[in-house]
Ligand binder design. Sequence first.
Ligand SMILES: Nc1ncnc2c1ncn2[C@@H]1O[C@H](COP(=O)(O)OP(=O)(O)OP(=O)(O)O)[C@@H](O)[C@H]1O
Length: 607
Amino acid sequence: MSAPARRRPTDALSDDVTHLDADSSRAVRRRSLSLLGGLLRPRARMLAWAGLLVVVSTAGQVAGPLLVQAAIDTALPALRDGDPTRLLVVGGAYLLAAVLGGICAGAYVRAAARVAQSVLLELRRRVFRHTQRLSLEFHESYTSGRVISRQTSDLEALRELFDGGLTGVVSSLMLMLFTAGALFWVDWRSGLVLAVALVPAWLLTRWFQRKSQEYYREQRTASARLIVKFVETMTGMRAVQAFRREPTVEADYDRLGEQYRDANLRIFGVNGRYQPGLVLIGNVTVAAALAYGGWRVIAGELDVGALVAVLLYVKRFFQPIQQLGMFYNALQSAVAALEKVSGLLAEEPTVVEPADPTPLPRARGEVRLDHVGFRYGEGPVVLPDLDLEIPAGQTVALLGSTGAGKSTVAKLVTRFYDATEGRVLLDGVDVRDLSGTDLRRAVVMVTQEAYLFSGSVRENIALGRPDATDAEIEAAARAVGVHDFVLSLPEGYDTDVNKRGGRVSAGQRQLLSFARAFLADPAVLVLDEATSSLDIPGERLVQRGLQNLLADRTALIIAHRLSTVEIADRVLVMEDGRVVEDGAPAELAAGTGRFAALNAAWQDALA
Ligand SMILES: Nc1ncnc2c1ncn2[C@@H]1O[C@H](COP(=O)(O)OP(=O)(O)OP(=O)(O)O)[C@@H](O)[C@H]1O
C-alpha cells in the first residue's frame, strides 16, 4: 500500500491571517457555505415553514399603510357621505392584518430558533468529534487554546447570530422587499425617489461591509490569541511560577488584551459612522418624498392618503436597514467564526485507517523498522534511515541525547505518525495496513505524563480494557504493585483521582498507568519513562511494577534510569536520528562508547 500524500496540518486553516487574497477568500467562503448548506439541508422542511411564517407576518405589517391610504382616500369620504361600512371594513382589515402579522412573527421566531439550535448542537458535536479524530500531528501543531476557541468563542458567535441576528436579518430583508413593492404599487414616482436614495445607502453599506469584515477577522484572531495565551499560561502554571515568568506573561497578556480591545474599538468606529450615515440618508429621502409628493398633491396629481402611505413606507424602508446594519455585525462575527470552524472541520487526519485492513487478531510482537526515514511535515529530516529489528519479547532500552529522535521512533512504532520513507512492520505487516483496533490492541504506549482522567481509580485502570471485570482490574493493580496503595485511598478503587484525598504522586501515577497497560495486555509496549526523579523506595516500587508489566512482551523503553537499562535485553543509543550503539547492556558497558561513559557516570552517582 502506498503512503498517502503528506500534508502539513492546518493547511486548510487561514487561522492567523486577516488579509486574504481574492482566491483564498473565495475558497474560504465556499468552504463555509458548503458547511452551512450541509447543516441546513436536513432541516429544509422546518426552514420552509419558517419562511412561510415570515412572509405572512411581513405581509401583515406592510398592509398597514395601504389600509391607511384606503381609509383616508375612500373610507373617510364615504363616511362623510353617510356610509360607515367601508371604514368598518378597512378598520377590521387593519386589525386582522396586525393580529395575523403578530401571531406569525412569534411563530417564525420560534421555528427559526428550533432550526438554529439544532444546527448549533450538530456543529458542536462535529467540532468535538472531528478534533478527536485528527492525528497527533495536528494536535502537536494546532495549540489546544486554538481548538478551545473554536469550540467556545466561535460557536458562541454563531449562537449569537442564530439567536437574534439571523431571524432579524431575514425579516428585515423581507420587510424592505415588501415595503419597496408596496411603495411602487401606491406611487411609482415616489418609488423612484427611494431608488435614487438607495445608491448612497448601497455605497455606504459596501464600505461598511468591507471594513467590518476585515475588522471582525482581526477581532476573532485577537480573541483566539488571547485565549491561547490564557490556556497556555494556566496549563503551564508550574513552569511560569518556577521560572518567575509572571511579569513577562503578564506583559504578553496585557499586549494581547490591548490588541483585542483595539480590534473591538475599530469595529465600533465603523459602526459609529455607518449607523448615523444611514439615518441621514433615510431622513433626507423622507424629506425629498414629502416635498415631491406634497407638490403633486397641490397639483392634484396625488391623493393625500397616498402621500401618507408613501411617507410611511419610505420611513419604514430605512428602519430595517439600520437594523440590518446592527445584525450585520453579528453576521460578520459569525461568518468569521464559521470560516474558522469550517477550516477546522476541513482538516483531515494525516494518519488514515486502511480501507482494506490486514487482520492481525493476535500479534506476537516482532517489530521491524525497514529503512525508515522521517521528518515532521516540511521540517528537517529527523530520522535519515533507520533499520532496526526487534524480535518478539525483547526489552529494548532507547538512550540518546535530547533531540536524538527517541520519541519520534516511539511515535512511529505506535503509528501516531507515518514514516516519510520506508515501513514500520509489526509481525511482518505494515502498520499502515492494520486496522486501528488491531493496532491499538497490539501496541500500547505509556507516556511520561501518565495522564489520569477525572473519574475513579477503577475507571482509570479500566481504560486499558473497558470490558474488564473488577477482579481483573484488581489483578492488574496487584501485578504492578499498586493495589495496596489504592486500598489506602479513602474510597479504595472508587476514589475520584481529582478529588481531595484522591491526589496521587508522580510515582503512583506511573504505577496506575502501568496497571492500565497491564490490563490492556499488548504484545508491544512503548514506554516513555518519566524523567521526574522519584525517591529510592518510590523508584524501586516503579521498577518492580515495570518488571511485571514487561513480562514477556516486546518493549521499547525511552529510558532515563540505570535500573531500567539493567533489566533491558538490549540497549540502543541514538544520535541525530541514527543508532550509534546497539548491544546487550553488559556488553556495551564493557566497551568504550557513549553507553559505557553514561553507565560509569550513573554508577559513580550511586556510589
Ligand atoms: N511535533 C514536532 N514537530 C516538529 N519537529 C519535532 C516535533 N517533535 C520533535 N521534533 C523534532 O524532532 C527531533 C527529534 O525529537 P524527539 O522528540 O524524537 O527527540 P528525543 O530523542 O525524544 O528527545 P528528548 O529526550 O528530549 O525527548 C528534534 O529535533 C525535535 O526538534
